[in-house]
Design a protein around this ligand. Structure first.
Ligand SMILES: Cc1cc2nc3c(=O)[nH]c(=O)nc-3n(C[C@H](O)[C@H](O)[C@H](O)COP(=O)(O)OP(=O)(O)OC[C@H]3O[C@@H](n4cnc5c(N)ncnc54)[C@H](O)[C@@H]3O)c2cc1C
Length: 504
């Protein structure tokens, strides 16, 4: 049985930033990071647009960024949290810069600030169009050198362990699947940090990579943590439409901020019919407008028109996007780019306080898996990387203050899990995953959602999954699929509850 002071689950920006800060401040604590695939395989590394921070105090201000965030969140943001995150942003940014993260500057040596939908000012710091990759790589580089951090790749955490002490539920460890030796093991800890990212893989069209199966939500829910606002899934308006599905390549919001237009089959702009901000409206507005336009036209995609933009500047700002389009034979300077809305970000999640603490003692949630109150029902572009940094900092400070209260549990736990087995059932589970994605997408995008029918259909899929694994066997596709089922059920239940509330 392994033992560590702090277990971090996930190696995206939130988990790594938490690890770095805590390891620096508390060299006496041992930290283990487990991640289910290779460390870099995260949503973080795909982030293009960048990170929203007020740096220009002449044209911009904290109050403008706060206003934009609240407006985008549709009245459901927690104002104190918004205030805290936006005012803390410059300090957290500075910490990224100190470890060598580079953000683009203009010829005057000032930050080359991007503009994105819903922002009233240019305030997005970026590294070309691969901001997330730059951050991920710099954090990983430093993490790998820190003596009190052990980074364990290909370690899939299956479930959290909790104990009840003096009427309080406390998280005391986790069960995990070690892929290399194909066995399930247990790790005892004094603190656990969930930084498992989102659940975009529940949908047919998504920008999220294969790892985004909602594991953290499912694990936290099974452990009894409070999960809220899962009915708010953000669709990004401009994922590249190629006919091939899942994940779809993203065409960053920054491209519209740079001046690109969205046009229909006839080459006409239509967004102003729906919102006076046109291309620069918030993501929910633009995605809904595109969906309505597609319903009217019966087509399956619209287009992003970059042909009027300066081609040299476009290629310099968006080298990754341009290269990807070119590989598919699309030249943004002369061709329209086919785009479609795709599931992109989970606005709700594991409910946490201002320190990233969940409703279970010793269990923290940071990054996309957490519901902090920053985003309300619709995250403002480029506020996600920022939220991950701020809450990783807050949680790190809190762990530092409180970890002395917690000793290792003396209970020797015998894993209740069945034996692990090498599996060749990926193919069968892929079929079930596709079915689940179709079902969740149809439910979520329907104007008349029938939650009870969706529950029934999901139950059938679950039965098929159980039939696929013999009762002595537990496999990776089974674990991930079970988490997808659990997270889908939470989304559908919370959609139903929200609809019922609206009717009251
Ligand atoms: C294409 C794309 C572009 C984006 N662009 C931007 C942008 O420009 N600006 C912005 O602010 N936001 C952007 N976002 C959103 C942002 O990137 C994510 O919200 C953020 O990176 C999430 O970071 P995270 O640390 O919470 O999780 P992630 O980076 O998703 O990392 C999750 C980690 O958890 C691990 N994990 C999951 N389950 C388990 C398990 N059971 N056991 C072990 N490990 C597990 C995964 O393997 C992974 O390492 C973008 C997202 C996408 C998909």
């Amino acid at each position: 049985m392994l033992k560590t002071d702090i277990l971090i689950i996930g190696s995206g920006i939130s988990g790594l930033f938490f690890a770095m800060k805590t390891a620096k401040k508390r060299p006496d604590l041992s930290i283990v990071i487990m991640t289910k695939e290779s460390a870099q395989n995260t949503n973080t590394q795909l982030a293009q647009g960048g990170i929203a921070v007020v740096t220009d105090l002449i044209k911009d201000s904290f109050s403008k960024h706060i206003h934009d965030t609240l407006r985008s969140g549709g009245g459901l943001c927690d104002k104190e949290i918004v205030n805290m995150v936006i005012k803390q942003a410059p300090e957290r940014l500075q910490e990224l810069i100190e470890i060598g993260t580079s953000f683009d500057k203009n010829e005057k040596g000032q930050w080359d600030l991007g503009l994105e939908g819903g922002h009233s000012q240019h305030r997005i710091l970026h590294h070309k169009d691969s901001s997330g990759l730059e951050i991920e790589q710099k954090l990983l580089k430093i993490i790998r050198k820190m003596p009190n951090i052990e980074l364990l790749e290909n370690h899939l955490v299956i479930d959290l362990n909790t104990e009840v002490k003096r009427n309080k539920t406390i998280c005391t460890g986790a069960f995990f699947y070690e892929k290399k030796h194909n066995r399930i093991k247990y790790i005892r800890t004094r603190s656990v940090v969930l930084s498992t990212g989102g659940c975009g893989q529940l949908f047919e069209n998504t920008t999220n990579p294969k790892i985004a199966t909602g594991d953290g939500i499912a694990m936290a829910a099974r452990a009894g943590a409070e999960i809220v606002d899962m009915q708010y899934i953000q669709f990004h308006p401009t994922a590249l439409f190629t006919g091939k599905k899942n994940p779809l390549f993203l065409i960053s919001e920054a491209v519209r901020g740079f001046g690109a237009h969205i046009v229909n089959e006839d080459g006409k702009r239509f967004l102003f019919k729906y919102d006076i901000r046109g291309e620069l409206a918030t993501r929910d507005m633009v995605s809904n407008a595109i969906s309505k336009e597609l319903q009217l036209s019966g087509k399956d995609h619209v287009y992003l028109d970059c042909r009027h933009l300066n081609a040299a500047e476009f290629y310099a700002h968006f080298p990754v996007i341009a290269a990807h389009c070119n590989e598919l034979g699309i030249k943004p300077e002369k061709d329209l780019i086919p785009v479609v809305p795709a599931a992109h970000y989970q606005c709700g999640g594991i409910k946490v306080d201002e320190n990233g603490a969940t409703s279970i003692k010793n269990l923290y949630a940071v990054g996309e898996c957490a519901r902090t109150g920053l985003h309300g029902k619709n995250r403002l572009a480029s506020n996600s990387l920022l939220e991950a940094l701020v809450f990783a900092h807050q949680a790190s400070e809190n762990v530092d203050r409180t970890i002395a209260e917690f000793t290792f549990s003396n209970k020797i736990l015998i894993p209740k899990f069945p034996k692990a087995e090498q599996t060749n059932d990926y193919y069968a589970f892929n079929i079930l995953k596709n079915e689940l994605q179709k079902l969740v997408t149809a439910f979520y995008t329907s104007e008349e959602r029938d939650a009870d029918l969706a529950f029934e259909k999901i139950k059938l899929l679950n039965n098929s999954a159980i039939a696929l694994v013999k009762d002595h066997e537990i496999t990776i596709p089974f674990i991930e699929f079970s988490n997808m089922i659990a997270t889908s059920l939470i989304i559908i239940k919370q959609c139903k509850e929200a609809a019922n509330k609206q009717m009251c």
